[in-house]
Design a protein around this ligand. Structure first.
Ligand SMILES: O=P(O)(O)OC[C@H]1O[C@H](OP(=O)(O)OP(=O)(O)O)[C@H](O)[C@@H]1O
Ligand SMILES: O=c1cc[nH]c(=O)[nH]1
Ligand SMILES: [Mg+2]
Length: 213
């Protein structure tokens, strides 16, 4: 697993606003969108390109274009990952989007897969998983293996905040043959007894969309 923790004053500033419990949902949603766009810049660094020659108004330029066959696959993990989709697609408009609905059982922290809308065959596809929170790592481990079992060749998770215990779990649990990277804006040391990241930012899904249960 390759881990990138962004180190940039813009990211630090926006992350601090996001953590603040007094930041209202409308601003929280905007900050998530801005942060994922900054993360996407880093997360897409190794996308494959082909050379492309174009005529400028005054000459010929030898440039590069992203490979679109197969197109990259962006997969927000419902619900909270949906808040990252617009920001990601702003940078990668040609990507295809699949959906994975995962929910933690808040008592056992086991992962329930309640929805999926993805191609059965992801052979050779580069996939970007979106989820703001990487806490125990259970949701992300489930999602990574789900995509790899369908043939994804490279998987990059874009999370906003991670907890150290979750990252350690992924190092152990994600099968070593999987080409897997994680990009985050920050790493916190601890989880509390309910599996929440401390100090974290609370329940990202609830702060984006309200409390459902
Ligand atoms: O690393 P883990 O311990 O698995 O926790 C992280 C998961 O928990 C949250 O989702 P949640 O289950 O609250 O669903 P929601 O997005 O619908 O709120 C979060 O968005 C991650 O998917
Ligand atoms: O701190 C946490 C942990 C899991 N899910 C969240 O939304 N926040
Ligand atoms: Mg939640």
């Amino acid at each position: 697993m390759h881990l990138t923790v962004l180190d940039h004053p813009l990211v630090d500033h926006k992350l601090t606003l996001l953590r603040d419990k007094n930041t209202p949902s409308s601003e929280f949603r905007e900050l998530v969108k801005e942060l994922v766009t900054l993360e996407a810049y880093e997360a897409t660094r190794n996308l494959s390109t082909t050379e492309k020659t174009v005529a400028t108004p005054v000459g010929v330029a030898h440039g590069k274009k992203l490979n679109e066959s197969p197109r990259p696959m962006v997969v927000p993990i419902l619900r909270a990952g949906l808040g990252m989709l617009d920001g990601m697609m702003a940078l990668l408009p040609m990507a295809e989007v699949g959906f994975l609905g995962l929910k933690r059982n808040e008592a056992t922290l086991d992962i329930i897969t309640y929805a999926q809308r993805l191609p059965e065959d992801l052979t050779g596809r580069e996939c970007f998983l979106l989820d703001p929170m990487l806490a125990t790592g259970g949701s992300l481990a489930t999602a990574v293996h789900y995509l790899h079992d369908r043939g994804a060749s490279k998987i990059t998770a874009i999370d906003i905040l991670a907890a150290k215990p979750g990252l350690e779990r992924l190092e152990k649990e994600v099968r070593p043959e999987i080409d897997f990277s994680v990009v985050v804006c920050g790493v916190d040391d601890e989880l509390n007894e309910h599996g929440y990241i401390i100090p974290g930012l609370g329940d990202a899904g609830d702060r984006l969309y309200g409390v459902v249960d």
